[in-house]
Unconditional design. Sequence first.
Lengths: 229, 92
Amino acid sequence: MLNWIKEKLNGKNDEQEQCEFDFSKSLSTTIEKRSAWEAQAQEIIARGYDMETLSQKEYNGLVHQIANEIREEEKAEDIIKKASLRRIKTLRTEEEIDEAIKAGYKVLKQKVKPSKSIRVTDLHIRDKQTGKIEVKPYSYHALPHDYDRYEVVEQRTYYPYTFPSKVAAYLLPDDLQVGERVILEDLIEDIVGESHAWGTYRLDSVEAIWNGKKFEVDCKSYNVHITMG
Amino acid sequence: MKFNPITKTLYTDDNRLIKKMYCPYTSLKWSDLTSIKGSMDRFCAICENSVVETDGLDDESLWKLLQEKPETCLKIDWNQKNIRIVHHVELD
């Protein structure tokens, strides 16, 4: 009953909303991988070397060297897999969506729903001497050391992203397979990717798996706080 | 340096645009790239280019580098010491 009331008040929410980088999980995955590479390296050494003639130091050095080679090979394979993933385009306006449908393309329409969990906070800081106002993300360090000279005239929390329409759509390839891993270039769903004292930011692109009805986002596929480009 | 995580844009501290960052391989992670011996940069086997580690670089060096080679790929970690997160930048 309580869940029913919550759903009525807040709307049914079975969407994934949090997708933040899990440091401890990432660390344990790395340690597990490292152990697997070392185990493979030990097997290779046992098959290809005369163990009697290797000192412990030489053995450890070889394990390290071969494990690193295996890691680099895996990296190269992974990067080739990533490069070969299909990229799914997002149509951000009603006009684009209508044109695609008219042209015979399959689309997956979704509402653009700003998440209440995604917010940034800015401080508007006024220099009392010059009258100039500077806007800085909320943080302990935002105020300059000369406290008497500055004052916070406004603290504003808001949703920082803008989109052209309340509806967007993924453009689906005709031959999209159930279980296929793809890259959603411009994620429609609002999922928290990164949190700081001054704000929470959305994932803007991610790998996902097509389940026949919708895309299931793979949280582990993307690090928001490291940006490349 | 200043970085706007909403627009993915990098600026110098005095508000000069360094680069609007974009990578078509959006799910590519720094850890996917190959280490380069003797360098903090890493090699991207998809584009066959180096990705420059900006941690430790100063505004002027990076500004000059991007003026000379605007297509240079960069990597920034929001938590690195020489980066300040901003949501607004008033360009000169």
